[in-house]
Design a protein around this ligand. Structure first.
Ligand SMILES: Nc1ncnc2c1ncn2[C@@H]1O[C@H](COP(=O)(O)OP(=O)(O)OP(=O)(O)O)[C@@H](O)[C@H]1O
Ligand SMILES: [Mg+2]
Length: 200
């Protein structure tokens, strides 16, 4: 158990607020997070399977699980008869320590009937598959727009493409799509921005 710095103590014991811990590589962020969890188990009597711990990678999730287990063992060495701690080792197997992706997948899988337009046997596509799907959709939309001879679309084509090549416009659509995808309400956001150009 390290001698925690004051900043680390603050990150371990702060309560009732959202906290963000940003510190240099190897400076003890994970250690603080593990201690924070151990503190919740021991002092606040919260079971480990009632805490949601999400990471970005599978490796980080395994590291968290392992370090929490080691921390529980360390505490048990000092208090071998602590039943609460013993129980946490069993509960750890059921604890939600996973990537944010697999957590979201679980939520959708367990609640698909609440979500419209989601089939119960949905699955996660890999990135190549998604790129192909995007390409297909884009082709279809352009095709339909060409067929309908929509004047707005024709204007757009004339502005953004060279003769007989609409790739630049397709690339632009893809770029905008990727950009707005980081927004929680992409289409609302896009319409709002488009309105800003509307200087009538
Ligand atoms: N205050 C401290 N005093 C001494 N050692 C500490 C202190 N805080 C953390 N450590 C130790 O430093 C090492 C690195 O900690 P940790 O893995 O938590 O860092 P990290 O910030 O998560 O690293 P990374 O950026 O690689 O994820 C661990 O062995 C940890 O026990
Ligand atoms: Mg870390």
């Amino acid at each position: 158990m390290p001698n925690w710095t004051n900043e680390q103590k603050q990150a371990i014991y702060e309560n009732g607020n959202n906290i963000l811990v940003a510190a240099a590589a190897g400076s003890g962020k994970t250690a603080v997070l593990v201690e924070r969890i151990i503190n919740k188990i021991i002092n606040e009597k919260i079971d480990i399977d009632k805490i949601l711990i999400v990471t970005f990678t599978n490796a980080a999730a395994s590291e968290m699980r392992e370090r929490i287990l080691n921390a529980i063992y360390e505490k048990l060495e000092k208090n071998p008869d602590d039943e609460n701690l013993q129980r946490q080792i069993t509960l750890l197997n059921m604890a939600n320590i996973c990537t944010i992706d697999s957590f979201c997948l679980d939520i959708v899988r367990n609640n698909f009937y609440e979500l419209e337009n989601i089939s119960p046997n949905f699955r996660i596509a890999d990135t190549t598959e998604i790129d192909l799907l995007k390409e297909e959709v884009l082709e279809d939309i352009f095709e339909a727009k060409y067929e309908n001879e929509e004047p707005d679309f024709e204007k757009l084509i004339h502005t953004y493409t060279s003769y007989r090549d609409d790739t630049p416009l397709k690339d632009l659509v893809k770029k905008i799509y990727n950009y707005i995808s980081s927004n929680p309400f992409p289409l609302e956001w896009l319409h709002e921005k488009v309105e800003m150009f509307n200087l009538r």
